[in-house]
Design a protein around this ligand. Structure first.
Ligand code: ADP
Ligand code: ADP
Length: 217
């Protein structure tokens, strides 16, 4: 589903990624672990097309992402990649249902179909009674689950998550882990997750350990 071959990234003199190879299958949860500064976030951003590599090839669902630019790149990203970050980045003036729906509207899907799917996802994630709440009216765990629903709205090939539990207490972190496993089992959803959370890394299908810009195990 996703393959990366010999991906490198340099910032002027600094070689942040030194030839990374990855292949991820559909329905797999892959975690990327390693000490701070190893290059994990840089790699995730490049796999997610938020940043471009200095060298190497990445393909997602058979599309060579480096060949995409501008509008086509933004469109590809919105349709095929879901993002979850440490902070939820929900839009404060919109309610949960609207926040989840926005990427669907941007993708040009039919309004009624987007609303129906957003409602279904929020219900699946245990937020049936929270759909018309704005982010500040939700608990931290609920906010992050809304962000998960938003990431799922366009049925992305892969969800990229950067420290998704970094801002949650241990109970909410554990609930989010269970949710990732549920989404894998229920929707065959693929995840690539950068995490310091050992429990999450242990639960994943595969752990990639990064050190000094390379995957070492
Ligand atoms: P990790 O996520 O493993 O902590 P990062 O990918 O954030 O590591 O960073 C890897 C290295 O790249 C660090 O040395 C960091 O300072 C450097 N780096 C990251 N982004 C930039 C940037 N935009 N410009 C220069 N150096 C950067
Ligand atoms: P937690 O125990 O996870 O920290 P909170 O105590 O923040 O949760 O919230 C408990 C419940 O109250 C949540 O389900 C949330 O939706 C609801 N809630 C919290 N703040 C507000 C608010 N300002 N308006 C409406 N509902 C709220």
């Amino acid at each position: 589903m996703l393959t990366a071959r010999n991906v490198t990234k340099n910032y002027s003199n600094l070689q942040v990624l030194r030839g990374v190879d990855i292949s991820v299958s559909k329905g797999e949860i892959v975690t990327i672990v390693g000490s701070s500064g190893a290059g994990k976030s840089t790699l995730l951003h490049i796999l997610g097309t938020l940043d471009s590599p200095s060298g190497g090839d990445i393909s997602i669902n058979g599309v060579q992402t480096s060949t995409l630019q501008g509008r086509r790149l933004a469109d590809f990203r919105n349709r095929h990649i879901g993002f979850i970050f440490q902070f939820h980045h929900l839009l404060p003036e919109f309610n949960a249902l609207e926040n989840v729906s926005i990427p669907g509207y941007i993708a040009g899907a039919k309004k009624s179909a987007v609303k129906e799917r957003a409602e279904y996802l929020l219900e699946t994630l245990g937020l049936k009674d929270r759909m018309d709440h704005r982010p500040k009216e939700l608990s931290g765990g609920e906010q992050q689950r809304v962000a998960v629903a938003r990431a799922l709205i366009n049925s992305p090939a892969v969800i990229m998550a950067d420290e998704p539990t970094g801002n949650l207490d241990s109970r909410n972190a554990r609930e989010l882990h269970q949710l990732f496993l549920q989404l894998r089992d229920q929707f065959n959803q693929t995840f690539i997750i950068v995490t310091h959370n050992e429990e999450l890394a242990t639960l994943s299908d595969r752990q990639l350990v990064m050190k000094d810009g390379k995957i070492v195990s």
